[in-house]
Structure formats: C-alpha cells, structure tokens
Design a protein around this ligand. Structure first.
Ligand SMILES: C[S@@+](CC[C@H](N)C(=O)[O-])C[C@H]1O[C@@H](n2cnc3c(N)ncnc32)[C@H](O)[C@@H]1O
Length: 224
C-alpha cells in the first residue's frame, strides 16, 4: 500500500523474529485462552512477523495480518500470505468488517494508541471482540528496572507518557535499546477503550509471574 510512512522495525525484522520467538510462544497460549474458539476473519493489528497467526488459526479463526513495517510483513507473509501494509490508525477496511480483532504488544509502538482503538472499534462488527495484549504499564516499560532477584524498581518517570528513546536500565541489544518505546500509563490505557466506543469485558494479568509483565484488555463493540 502507498502512503505508509517509514517504520521503526524496517531493517531489523529478521533479528526481531528470532528475538521474539520464545515470548510469542509463551504469550500465544494466553492469547488462545483469551480468544476461545471462534470463526471468521481475525484482524491482527501490528502483526509484526506474524508470530501469533498460528495461534489465531488454532482457535478456528482466519488471521489477517496488518503492519506498518514492510520488513516485518516480508516475514509475516510466510505465515499469513494476505498480510496488509497499512497504518493501524487508518485501516483500509470497511466498517464492521471483522468479528474479532487482536492487537499484540502494540501500545508501546504505535504513535497514537487511541486512534488505533477507534479504528479497531470501527472495523469490528457490533458485538465483535477485541483482545489487546501487551506491556503492563505498571510493571514493565521505560520506568521499570528489572533486578536480578526478581524485584522491580519503579523510577519516577511513570507519569511521563509518550516516547522514551532510551532508559539506562534497558539491556543492550534488546528491542527497546534499539528502538525506544512508548509509555501509556495505566489510566490512559484503560480510558482509551471507552473513549473509542468499546466496552471492557475483562482485564487480565496473564501468565503466573509474581509480578506481571503483560496486561490484556478484552473488550467488545456494543450494539449486537
Ligand atoms: C512490538 S512489535 C509486535 C509485533 C507482533 N504483534 C508481535 O507481538 O509479535 C510492534 C509492531 O507494531 C507495528 N506498528 C507500529 N506502529 C504501527 C502502526 N501505526 N500501524 C501498524 N503497525 C504498527 C510495528 O511495525 C511492529 O511490527
């Protein structure tokens, strides 16, 4: 698609695919549980290299990937041949086109999380479901330092919403020291769902770490 601006993940997709593989395997099981069985097309917003496509298929749905990075899509198309090059904040789909939308680990990377949720709500059918799964803003992200003993230090940048190009405690060579990261504080993140016209059904802290890394918000478009 033309008109998609250059993307941060262009040029690192091959590296990212290997880097992300173990995490995608583990969080994929949680995504399958949150989705449960279903049918129809499932839009995977910010699909990256398509590492959740097989999980979506395993629930009975047909994945449709979408990402702003042409490089990520080059790999995603091995898993989802029809993946679309587009901006999640300006989706090239008709209103009410999908019964299910997922967004895995995108709140940290999209420029306007609220706009992405508004577009997700628009393309969902009335009654359609969104699973938005990603960084837990209180226990993960630019204000959090992981200690070797499993404790985490919260630095007083929690309220600094927006793009963080660097943090002294990010491990060298990790995705965040390469790219930076957007921080969406918890209240902003949760408030963005009703602001987009979505109804929150469940908020989940997946996996069983003593301190969660991830937060999942399951929501639906009202009106069925
Ligand atoms: C942390 S990666 C997650 C990839 C994939 N969802 C996963 O979990 O394996 C974030 C992805 O969001 C994509 N992205 C960032 N901004 C976007 C936008 N405005 N529209 C579509 N994709 C976007 C990036 O290119 C990248 O592939």
């Amino acid at each position: 698609m033309t008109g998609v601006r250059g993307a941060r993940y262009d040029g690192i997709a091959d590296w990212y695919d290997g880097y992300n593989e173990a995490a995608a395997g583990s969080h994929g099981a949680e995504l399958a549980r949150l989705l449960g069985p279903g049918t129809g097309r499932c839009l995977d917003l910010g699909c990256g290299t398509g590492q959740y496509a097989e999980v979506i298929r395993s629930t009975g749905r047909v994945p449709v990937g979408l990402d702003r990075s042409a490089d990520q899509l080059r790999l995603a198309r091995r898993r989802v041949p029809a993946a679309v090059h587009a901006d999640a904040a300006a989706l090239p789909f008709a209103d009410a086109a999908f019964p299910t939308v997922v967004a895995m680990w995108v709140s940290t990377d999209v420029d306007d999380f609220g706009a992405v949720l508004r577009e997700a709500a628009r393309v969902l059918r009335p009654g359609g479901r969104l699973v938005c799964y990603g960084v837990h803003p209180c226990f993960n992200g630019p204000c959090i330092e992981n200690r070797d003993d499993g404790a985490r230090i919260v630095h007083p940048t929690y309220r600094a919403a927006g793009w963080h190009p660097a943090a002294p405690w990010w491990s060298p060579g990790g995705v965040r020291s390469r790219l930076g990261m957007r921080h969406v504080p918890l209240a902003d993140l949760l408030t963005a769902f009703p602001a987009a016209g979505l109804v929150i059904d469940r908020v989940v802290e997946p996996r069983d770490e003593p301190l969660p890394y991830a937060l999942a918000v399951c929501a639906h478009r009202p009106g069925a």
